[in-house]
Design a binder for this molecule. Sequence first.
Ligand SMILES: Cc1cc2nc3c(=O)[nH]c(=O)nc-3n(C[C@H](O)[C@H](O)[C@H](O)COP(=O)(O)OP(=O)(O)OC[C@H]3O[C@@H](n4cnc5c(N)ncnc54)[C@H](O)[C@@H]3O)c2cc1C
Length: 502
Amino acid sequence: MERFDVIVVGAGNGGLVAGTAVAKAGYKTLILEKHNLPGGCATSFVRGRFEFEAALHELCDSSANENDNGVKSIFTRLGVEVPMIYEKTLFRTIVKGEDGYDVRLNSGYDGFLDSMEQAVPGCRESVKKYLDLMALLNEAQDYLNNGVPNPAKLMGKYGDFVRAASHSSDEIMAEFGIPEKAKNIINTYWGYLGVPCDDLNALHYLSMVESYVSNKPVMPYHRSHELSLALVKAFQSYGGEIRYNSEVTEFIYNSAGAAVGVKAGGKEILARKIISNIIPNNVFNISDETKIPKSAVKLANARKLGLSFITAYIGLDASAEELGIEDYSVFICNSPDTRKQFEDRLNYGMYVVNCLNNAVPGASEEGTSMLFFTLPMMPEDFPADLKAEDYKKYKNDYVKRYIEDYEKTLGVSISDHIEEIAIATPVTFARYLSTPAGNIYAYSNEGWDNVVLRTVFDNIDKKIPNLSFCGGHGIRGDGYSSAYMTGAMTAEKVIAELRREM
Ligand SMILES: Cc1cc2nc3c(=O)[nH]c(=O)nc-3n(C[C@H](O)[C@H](O)[C@H](O)COP(=O)(O)OP(=O)(O)OC[C@H]3O[C@@H](n4cnc5c(N)ncnc54)[C@H](O)[C@@H]3O)c2cc1C
């Protein structure tokens, strides 16, 4: 029977970083991936003369400081180098209707404050205080990530962090006296986390906004598939082995309940440690239920599954300039209030349209351009009674409505220029990622399910010996950076365990 030091299940962002870090530390490591490609969400696909980005809107890059947990630092430590291009503008947000506005926000600390002041005169000081709190929160989060935290230090030096953990993003903004319109503009990014800001945990939101504002969002030149391939190359250079088309169908445990291996392709493969890049719900479904602590099952069931999307990837036979498309990211909303945007999510409440050519020059052939429509949908929104024969019409009609709304709102005409179009729905994501109900955002970052409690829960009796988790379902919440970070953190823990057990 084959034996490894570590088996990583899933080659998504979290699994690739975790696998690369343990292989670099000298452990015999196997990554098993059910798909024929690495990356999970972090991938691309080709239709005609277009290579479409499948998921990434923008990446929080962070510095390359050896001691921090930013993406760049993790990549640098793993010997992975992918050239990135910085975005000057964070986003353009268009709110329709009487209280509407059309605002572009610049990236970078000063650029952000300047554009906020321009949009809402007099808001600068309160927004500045908010940004400064975000910097402290990030420092605290790094402290929390680096080993078991000292409660006295956490409550003392990082008291604001712990207090903020029990509040919604809206409550923290109110505390700083941020004017309503400024709050609504800053709240635009909620769509990337899928929870409206009156429920969205302040820590998760603050940390995401701070990274985008201060470190500036970046994009790889050749889609996020390039990031995934670079990680695989590094993993293999450290002696790691990756097997594609290798779905794990069972997790194997010994009589004491410790994970000892997995089954893939009908064969058992053993390891000292297993790292799962797949969501706990799925792991429990393919495990002997008597081996899973009841508290772990209860926790998975208590959590709310996060957002999914309908996405449309559109190749146009004219350049962005010719079509009058000026921005990379445009958020279009029918109300300034994120709760209303969320409630109206199936009816233009809030959606995002990205034109990659405006972030990455030359992303498609000269005289062409690409649009990426992201339309939020909760797992329960997808019609359960939809018949297979009606699926195509359902998704085409759904997207057509949004294309028309986009044309009307922006005053552009794209329908006559569509050369290629591919549409993904929660069904597509369920098929490719195997997530419950095609969910792509793992667990919602709301209320009690926040980074502090996730860290606490991670250390109590739900633990299964030798089994660790990493990815968008981990303690940092969903997203590329969070998945990479939990991959790095999990690898550190596993390496420490392996060293102790030598
Ligand atoms: C359309 C879309 C847009 C997004 N936009 C952004 C964005 O702009 N910014 C951002 O930060 N995040 C964004 N995200 C979210 C981000 O992509 C994810 O949070 C992150 O990539 C999740 O990484 P992960 O490590 O959890 O792995 P996943 O991507 O979930 O990958 C898990 C891997 O495990 C494999 N797998 C599953 N089951 C098995 C099994 N039984 N055996 C073997 N392998 C298995 C899957 O095939 C997959 O490769 C977006 C996601 C989508 C889909």
